[in-house]
Ligand binder design. Structure first.
Ligand code: SAH
Length: 223
């Protein structure tokens, strides 16, 4: 997308490339998947932040989006997307829509995204924004994401953008054989590990803790 932020977006991508290289041992790859990189190059992050944050939209850090919530750091969005090993026919469940930026990045690389947000105003704003920007393969609803979205299960990938003290069992249940679930697990804000859950073709689940992260908490119930 050619816009006034195109140069800043390219600069951000160069920073993400370096950070991916520095954290290769956590990500299992030392460079971004070309499809994920192309999505990050295209999605206009400035459209997903409040007006007062626009000048900072392409800095590699989280920003406030109101309601005490944040838009994730771009490197973290890149890392989580990559950990799902996304592909064009994949169906993905996302928990914690927030502003919808991560949903848009996913929507650019997979077939279909179902996204759950507990705060109704954020969910409605994100749904409107995603549809205005043409991401018509994202479906947003207001609910407690810990229960997943059983109607559309199983999912080839599940991405959770809020930290849970323990693995929500419904999400593991709703993962398809061969599927991957990426979720920050940990109690305190600074004691979380970006955890990868893989369900093999026979349904056996393996859990691998990874990158240290600092997400807002996964809160029970609707907001
Ligand atoms: N995906 C966003 C980041 C979202 S921050 C991005 O692209 O930047 C985490 C979001 O998870 C917040 O909006 C918060 O309200 C939401 N959240 C917290 N607990 C939740 C729950 N139980 N179910 C659904 N959403 C939840």
């Amino acid at each position: 997308m050619a816009d006034e932020f195109a140069a800043e977006r390219r600069q951000l991508l160069a920073e993400i490339d370096l950070e991916v290289r520095d954290t290769a041992r956590w990500l299992g790859a030392d460079r971004l998947d070309p499809a994920v990189r192309a999505a990050l190059e295209r999605v206009p992050r400035h459209e997903f932040v409040p007006d007062w944050e626009r000048p900072y939209a392409y800095q590699n850090r989280p920003l406030s989006i109101g309601h005490g919530q944040t838009i994730s750091q771009p490197y973290i969005v890149a890392a989580m997307t990559q950990m799902l090993r996304p592909h064009a026919s994949m169906r993905v469940l996302e928990i914690g829509t927030g502003c919808g930026y991560q949903s848009a990045v996913l929507a650019a690389v997979v077939a279909e995204v179902w996204s759950i947000e507990r705060i109704a105003e954020l969910a409605e704003a994100a749904a409107g924004r995603l549809s205005r920007l043409g991401y018509d393969n994202v479906h947003v609803k207001t609910a407690d994401g810990s229960a997943g979205w059983p109607e559309h299960a199983p999912y080839d990938g599940i991405l959770v953008a809020a930290a849970a003290p323990a693995m929500p069992p419904a999400l593991v249940d709703q993962l398809a054989p061969g599927g991957r679930l990426v979720i920050p697990i940990g109690g305190g804000r600074f004691e979380q590990s970006l955890t990868l859950v893989v369900k093999d073709a026979l349904g056996t689940v393996s859990v691998a803790p990874g990158l240290p992260v600092a997400f807002v908490p996964l809160v029970p119930g609707e907001g």
